[in-house]
Design a protein around this ligand. Sequence first.
Ligand SMILES: Cc1cc2nc3c(=O)[nH]c(=O)nc-3n(C[C@H](O)[C@H](O)[C@H](O)COP(=O)(O)OP(=O)(O)OC[C@H]3O[C@@H](n4cnc5c(N)ncnc54)[C@H](O)[C@@H]3O)c2cc1C
Length: 285
Amino acid sequence: MIAQDFNYSTPATIEEALGLISGGEAKLLAGGMSLIPLMKLRLAAPGHVVDLSRVAGLSGISEAGGAIRVGAMMTHYEVESSALVRARCTLLAETAAMIGDVQVRNRGTMGGAVAHADPSADYPAALQALEARVTIAGAAGTRVVSVDEFFVDTFTTGLEPGEIITGIEVPVEPEGTGVSYQKMLQPASGFAIVGVAVRIRKEGGVISFARVGVTGLGSRAYRAAGVEERLAGTAGSASDIANAAAVIADGIDANSDIHASAAYRAQMARVFGARAIQAAVNRAA
Ligand SMILES: Cc1cc2nc3c(=O)[nH]c(=O)nc-3n(C[C@H](O)[C@H](O)[C@H](O)COP(=O)(O)OP(=O)(O)OC[C@H]3O[C@@H](n4cnc5c(N)ncnc54)[C@H](O)[C@@H]3O)c2cc1C
């Protein structure tokens, strides 16, 4: 299948890229792992494609002020193999390593995955658990939004027309944080039928901090606040974990498709949620 004809630009700066997309007709291209198939199937037919691969300022991974900034054009492989991310934000590195296959991880970018907002994508669960922030450039300047605000619905984000994601910020994990990302994957693609990311800290033998992000179950990735509340103040025993994981799907209108019914997905969220919490508890100092 062949995409319809389109103009192609390779800007060198963010300002130049913003100028090219200001009319609303152009589509940004990052790794092309989602956009190119959509264009070949003619589900997307942009008249102008603006390739971000040569734009300065969208790459690099750095640490400042207790946060790690990942440039939007960093590939999943660059995230998973970054010594900084592996040492300072293990949850993000481990999640990146579980995306698709080697080819997808070598081409697909973090900014592209976040912008695409696939309800079964892996990063959104980790980014919810990490309370990450998305940095966005537009004609009016730069703004920073929380991922909870950013992920609006299926394939829908808070990105306005004419805006570009420049990077994603995640917090540095304090010593002793226990993390885990566990997913039930769709074997052909690797996408999450359900995926649960957990970040836990313990003080004096009890859980003092818990963050739980869920992908694949609902129309967008979300924080499972009920699970977090049930975990807080407990020792994280098997029964504490089962009691907390039991509410992971509460209030969520679960997705249903050829891979899994809504009821099965909800049950798998409870199972994989309990596994992720257990693994994080085991790793928490
Ligand atoms: C076979 C296969 C298996 C996969 N398996 C998984 C999986 O297991 N888990 C998973 O999470 N994902 C999976 N993916 C998706 C993969 O992670 C893609 O890399 C990702 O969804 C899109 O990233 P990209 O860089 O390729 O973006 P592109 O395809 O280039 O762009 C995607 C969308 O984002 C927009 N965009 C891109 N960059 C920006 C930016 N900086 N600012 C604003 N908008 C932007 C584009 O305009 C487009 O609308 C899979 C994909 C394939 C093809």
